[in-house]
Write a protein that binds this ligand. Structure first.
Ligand SMILES: O=c1[nH]c(=O)c2ncn([C@@H]3O[C@H](COP(=O)(O)OP(=O)(O)OP(=O)(O)O)[C@@H](O)[C@H]3O)c2[nH]1
Ligand SMILES: [Mg+2]
Length: 201
């Protein structure tokens, strides 16, 4: 089986990648498998900057090709917050539950028509001696008033996907992959760099 390293500590992201890459014959490895103590500081102010920082630092340290993912939720009524700070919105402890509570509280008096939002994802590919490449994807939706569903991670329970008439956390993993910001970015990557996901490594 081919192996691919995703430069992330996030188990929810890892599951999303497994859903998308297992059918292509890949075993997904993350930093939790290959470099548990590697935590790259995300000093960028855009998803793209942070994705590049993570991919290049990990590829350089391990001397192998890697893909990184920087992603987050942009809520229009909050001027794009939490954006690149999505993971740590309610504090450095990175609690999904506290992050959701903070969003629901901030949107408490915001009507349905103004609760539009989107997930964004930027994937960066970095390999020794090669120029780093990035691919972005998004997924439009709206913020619910309460949690729905048990699948996924992060803000999935409060992110309503109009096309499916369900919360992201109510979708099966393969359904999420077919419409998500991460799925859309990965499809662009595989179209633009087919050798990356189709060649034997
Ligand atoms: O409901 C969600 N469904 C998703 O599909 C999703 N994708 C991203 N997010 C949110 O955005 C943060 C990323 O921040 P982020 O890119 O810095 O990742 P992270 O710090 O969690 O892990 P790492 O990859 O950096 O190690 C995550 O923690 C989540 O809060 C999502 N929430
Ligand atoms: Mg992070």
């Amino acid at each position: 089986m081919k192996k691919i390293v995703i430069a992330t500590q996030n188990k929810g992201k890892a599951k999303d990648f497994e859903t998308m890459l297992a059918p292509l014959g890949y075993k997904v490895l993350t930093l939790l498998d290959v470099a548990q103590d590697m935590d790259v500081e995300e000093t960028g102010v855009t998803f793209e900057e942070n994705a590049i920082l993570k991919a290049e630092a990990v590829s350089k340290a391990l001397g192998i090709p890697v893909i990184s993912d920087d992603s987050g939720l942009e809520i229009d009524a909050l001027n794009g917050e939490p954006g690149v700070y999505s993971a740590r919105y309610a504090g450095a402890a990175k609690s999904d539950s506290a992050n959701i509570d903070k969003v629901l509280e901030k949107l408490n008096s915001v009507p349905d028509s103004e609760r539009t939002a989107r997930f964004r994802c930027v994937l960066a590919i970095s390999a020794p001696g090669q120029q780093t490449e990035t691919f972005s994807g998004s997924c439009e939706g709206a913020i619910l008033h309460e949690r729905r569903g048990d699948n996924g991670f992060g803000y999935d329970p409060i992110f309503y996907v109009p096309a499916q008439e369900k919360a992201m956390a109510e979708l099966e993993p393969h359904e999420k992959a077919s419409i998500s910001h991460r799925g859309n970015a990965l499809r662009k990557l595989s179209e633009s760099m087919p050798a990356w996901l189709n060649e034997e490594k």
